[in-house]
Design a protein around this ligand. Structure first.
Ligand code: CO
Length: 130
């Protein structure tokens, strides 16, 4: 397992990408518009991992609500797993509440699922099948 990305809620992916580019010398990566998640996501490669900048597509987006409540900042951590169904079963059997009982296609069509932050020490966890 590895950390595939750290998701960061921002008001503007372009502004945030420019900022991280200047501060850390990072180049922009792949951009995805994901209406089913209510976001535009821009991946910025950092070594073997990535930053995922998340800009809400509308006020109805959970990322928009996150920014209203907490401001911009770290939104979730994504672990890449070989078998997402098995990983979800592990979380379930240990009593963790799942936001997604079944995986759904995320950026690039990879299967993803979210685990409730109340059961992971306040951190929203995304699982992604590699
Ligand atoms: Co993510």
């Amino acid at each position: 397992m590895k950390i595939h990305h750290v998701g960061i809620a921002v008001r503007s992916v372009d502004e945030a990408a420019a900022r991280f580019g200047v501060l850390l010398g990072l180049a922009k990566g792949q951009r995805y518009v994901l209406p089913e998640f209510g976001v535009c996501a821009l991946f910025i490669p950092v070594g073997d991992s990535n930053l995922e900048l998340l800009e809400p597509l509308s006020h109805a987006s959970t990322v928009s609500k996150f920014i209203e409540k907490k401001g911009e900042g770290i939104h979730h951590i994504c672990f890449e797993v070989d078998d997402i169904e098995a990983a979800l079963d592990d979380f379930r059997s240990q009593g963790a509440r799942l936001i997604d009982e079944t995986p759904r296609p995320g950026a690039g069509g990879h299967l993803v699922a979210f685990v409730h932050p109340k059961d992971t020490h306040g951190v929203l966890v995304e699982l992604k099948q590699g």
